[in-house]
Design a protein around this ligand. Structure first.
Ligand code: DX5
Ligand code: ZN
Length: 221
């Protein structure tokens, strides 16, 4: 599977979000990563649900890659106008009944991803392989951009890759957190397909967006 890019909008210029989104869309980027946080599952608040909904109205080709760091994420699906074409990643650690939540995402025509935080073991995935379209491996603790990668992340990516390959299912492996210029190729070698690019790459200082996106696309393919 080709390497796909999902720049993290929470790392973009918050005062010019529409032009930031349109610039990514015009560069042919596959996804835009939209982080939603409830302030309880993680001690932070970022993009709100109605903004995530309004992103839909400005997209031409790019799709939404929605990462919900919140307890009972299903309560936000209407407000975000979840539908066909969307990726919706919900946290294993945040759902009372993950089977039901995954079913709810599919009932809206969207792709259901399960996100696992650094301290969550990969064997929790076994029960959900028939119900997911992707796994979002957090390589930092969820909640903030600009953090260093968590020790053991590469082994974790490789372990999830093996689980997916052994399942013979069409499951995308997404990585999120410190996907930097110098680490993204190793993440690719470990088996990542979809790369959330934030402050340590696409939105790092001192590089024009088009140059950064093109550089990242080369590094992950
Ligand atoms: C953190 C978010 C990430 C974050 C990535 O909880 O899920 O998407 O924006 O930012 P960097 O790339 O700076 O780690
Ligand atoms: Zn994220």
């Amino acid at each position: 599977m080709k390497g796909m890019l999902s720049p993290s909008l929470m790392c973009a210029d918050m005062l010019n979000l529409q032009s930031e989104i349109e610039a990514l869309d015009n560069l042919g980027v596959d996804y835009v990563h939209l982080d939603f946080m409830d302030g309880k599952f993680v001690p932070n608040i970022t993009l709100d649900a109605s903004l995530i909904k309004s992103v839909k109205s400005v997209l031409k080709n790019m799709k939404r890659d929605i990462h919900i760091m919140a307890y009972e994420p299903e309560q936000y699906f209407d407000r975000m106008d979840i539908g066909a074409g969307d990726i919706v990643a919900v946290h294993y650690e945040a759902c009372n009944n993950l089977h039901d939540v995954l079913g709810e995402i599919h009932s809206r025509g969207a792709s259901a991803f399960v996100a696992i935080s650094p301290d969550t073991k990969t064997d929790v995935l076994a029960d959900f392989l028939d119900e997911i379209d992707g796994v979002l491996v957090m390589t930092v603790y969820p909640g903030f951009a600009g953090q260093p990668i968590v020790e053991g992340s590469f082994d974790k990516i490789s372990a999830v890759r093996s689980i997916i390959d052994e399942s013979n299912k069409d499951i995308i492996l997404e990585v999120d957190g410190h996907v930097s210029w110098d680490l993204c190729q190793k993440m690719r070698e470990c088996g990542a397909d979809l790369f959330v690019a934030g402050s340590s790459s696409v939105y790092s200082r001192g590089m024009e967006l088009d140059e950064a996106v093109n550089k990242m696309m080369k590094l992950i393919n």
